[in-house]
Design a protein around this ligand. Sequence first.
Ligand code: FAD
Length: 501
Amino acid sequence: MSDRRIRRITIVGGGTAGWMSAATLARVLGPDYAEITVVESDEIGTVGVGEATIPQMATFNRMLGIDEDEFLRATRGSIKLGIQFVNWGKLGHTYFHPFGHIGVNMEGVSFHAFWLRLKHLGLVDRIEDWSLQSTAGARGKFMRAINAGRSPLSEIAYAFHFDASLYARYLRQYAEARGVVRREGRIVRVHQHPETGFINSVELADGGQVGGELFIDCSGFRGLLIEDTLKAGFTDWSHHLPCDRAVAVPCEGIEGIEPYTRATAHKAGWQWRIPLQHRIGNGHVFCSQYISDDEAISVLLSNLDGKPTADPRILRFKAGHRKQVWIKNCVSIGLASGFLEPLESTSIWLIQSGLSRLMAMFPDRDFDPATIARYNRILTTEYTEIRDFIILHYKATQRTDSPFWDYCREMPVPERLAEKMAVFMDHGRTFRENEELFNDTSWFAVMLGQLMMPKGYDPVADVLSLEETKARLAQIKDAVSNSADYMPTHREFLRQNCRAD
Ligand code: FAD
């Protein structure tokens, strides 16, 4: 066994990032590898609003060995099949960005190409009809996949909505049961090695000190260690993503629990709606340059389904990421590492990704600089790729009803996104690059949903005759519709499997 092994790990912060980190380390390293301590301050509190996820979350649960139904019960969670976008391409227009596949690739050619061919001939209308997730979502249906051969029911992609504070509590119990120690207290000072600059310990307001060999900074937006102490620097993307505030408020639920997140665009931002078992989570993400806090609150309160159950809470942020997310013996995870608005529910996934890469590159006390550089490069790429996907929703719009949308429509976009948009506009082709989170289906669904219409279809779609293409697409559409009919309602699924007390 290496004598350079890390034996003390200190996690600063007990929000979603802090407890996801603690649970992961406890699970992967086991009880005897290192002492793991979480320092958090009740006085400071957590952001506590991250409530919508993407399907990769199920992998995280599996890695922890968590039973999915128990997790949904404990967090009063619900199922998410995708996101419904309202008023984004233009006022009154709606589309769905589903998880999973749309249609079926045929003859080695993507389904999108065949569909687009028929679209150009005016023979099809909404692509949603070829996605089980979209169709089931619209009908309020859900079940887990079953072994049904080539039926769409054999592959049902889904994620979760949950109550963020219950999730942190759930993971805390999980981590503490596996030996993680929680230390309550406000950190007032950070002590570094005088020569190396490595972090030695954090000092609490009560005078106590918590040392460590590896520090995970999960202290939220401020980045207590990574920024305040180690001066990582911040890459600011607010010129591409100008929304810089959100107001959040929960409200009473309604009878049907939709199995999807809704994102409704307003005049200077957008509103999320996340249905849980016991309430609906709502928030208005907005750009303070174009709307005041009071107006933003008023827009939110006048667009709720039920009575608010708490006072509206304003959160401030800036889009971007730390120039280095790992410096010396400190790795930042969660909001301490960067922030992209929750339009595609990617923050919790970025926590998950940061943790899985940290485990794959787990350091010893030598903290190899080449490994750290690689980690930083990978995380920067992930942030950048997600950034481009989110910008697409703002840039590709026909809205002309407010200065905010005028700015978004006219703003220059990063070269990589500009190229993706140009390639799509030519023959409707979309590509997933390297390990990019969003695949060609997601790019296709959102580009089309934002009312981008390519000037032609992929010529390779002519491998099938028109008659054959029409017949096969009709068959797939029927199979999707019949599968959605077969599914129970989402409410029934929750009642039978994971109803919270
Ligand atoms: P925080 O929740 O801020 O936790 C910071 C922790 O650090 C706290 O425990 C605090 O006590 C501690 N701390 C800070 N300073 C000190 C100190 N001096 N001493 C001791 N302790 C300290 N993500 C999604 O995936 N899906 C979503 O739908 C989604 N929606 C969002 C909506 C909004 C408006 C915002 C702002 C974020 C959203 N996110 C979403 C992101 C998600 O909320 C965060 O990724 C997640 O909550 C992680 O936060 P965190 O743990 O990094 O930080």
